[in-house]
Design a protein around this ligand. Sequence first.
Ligand SMILES: Cc1cc2nc3c(=O)[nH]c(=O)nc-3n(C[C@H](O)[C@H](O)[C@H](O)COP(=O)(O)OP(=O)(O)OC[C@H]3O[C@@H](n4cnc5c(N)ncnc54)[C@H](O)[C@@H]3O)c2cc1C
Length: 391
Amino acid sequence: MEFRLTEEQKMVQETIRQFVKEELIPLEDEVLKNEREGGRPSLPPEKVKELQLKAKEMGFWGIDTPEAYGGVDFDLMMLAIVLMELAKTFVPFTFGGSADHILYYANEEQKKRYLIPTINGEKKSCFAMTELNDGSHKPNIQMLAVKDGNEWVLRGEKTWITDGHEADFVMVIAVTDKEAYEKTGRDGVTCFIVDREMGWTSKIVPTMREGNPTSLVFDHVRVPEENILGDVHEGYNLGLESVSFARWIASVRAVGAAEHLLQMAIDYSKERETVSKSMVEHEAMQQMMANYAGDIEAAKRSVLNAAFTLDKEGDNKHVASLVKLFEANMGNYVVDSVLQIYGDIYTKELPMDRWYREARLWRIYEGTDENQHTIIARNLVEQQVKIGQYV
Ligand SMILES: Cc1cc2nc3c(=O)[nH]c(=O)nc-3n(C[C@H](O)[C@H](O)[C@H](O)COP(=O)(O)OP(=O)(O)OC[C@H]3O[C@@H](n4cnc5c(N)ncnc54)[C@H](O)[C@@H]3O)c2cc1C
């Protein structure tokens, strides 16, 4: 077992670290200003494109895209290293040349129409599973798709859909066999690729932070049969796979952000004097910093171990749930304590409120803490997984 980054991994880490420091962190004020003035807490699309092209020149294009599609196809270990560095700013940025993983289940014709244009940045997608009364604890999908000749007619509403307002097409999960779905809670649902022109509409849901979630309304939207992604009635696993990967990504982000926040607190404490000595000299401060440094170290190792496991074994929902639960909570108590260290700098002068709101979301989206408790406990009780199996 090797616990050190390779020379190549260190080089990539350092390159992204510089990119974040020089290109993204200077844009934090602009993102905050947009948000405070009621706009979208994001960068203008043309700015994102400019940054993506700059990153492309440095070799960062399609970081999770197979080489056959023009990407560099990093393994998950390298992906974790890159995404942890990107998480050291709240400026929303993703490298170009990527597409949602489940789009690779598309057939050749669908790949030409959806996957390739998405990788090339000509089309934008979103993924829609959640509904207002459909929780991660109890599947209760109401959206129905009814077959009519060579088409399916979709009716229902999805909510909390990231990027739904910008997307050109959605991969949406609907019930296609009500009886099977009611019996099992997972069979009888299908994933459809639906172009916006086919008739669905989107409305922004105002939230406490970015993520750009929206509600999507499907009012008898007709979708040709050839737009089924994967197999008919078998869409649930596609949905789960998408969520499971996203859980791991959320945990990686929490670790990178926590490292950044702790560094912010250390830098601040070195400058600030209380009771005529520097804050770092106070024992209580030292204790806090030492404890969090240890927690972050443990969290980082678990997230990299998860990357190793997922690389070797493919999709592993138990590991994804474990790290999502642990890192999201670690990130939350780190952000809370860093705010405590800043003390009376409880102002908008610092981006702490922004970090606070983002961190709080980690415990909610891609499956809540409670949902992860249920999954992890069930796997252990039913002995599908043994304690310590993955190290
Ligand atoms: C910013 C944002 C972006 C999102 N993007 C997307 C997206 O792109 N696509 C998509 O499909 N979804 C998306 N979602 C939806 C998201 O994944 C879910 O809304 C989230 O996981 C909340 O889970 P829930 O639906 O289970 O909560 P609810 O079912 O509304 O539950 C409410 C609370 O009760 C708890 N609870 C419910 N039942 C139980 C139980 N049996 N035991 C213990 N506790 C229980 C839950 O844990 C939760 O805390 C997004 C959400 C947000 C906030």
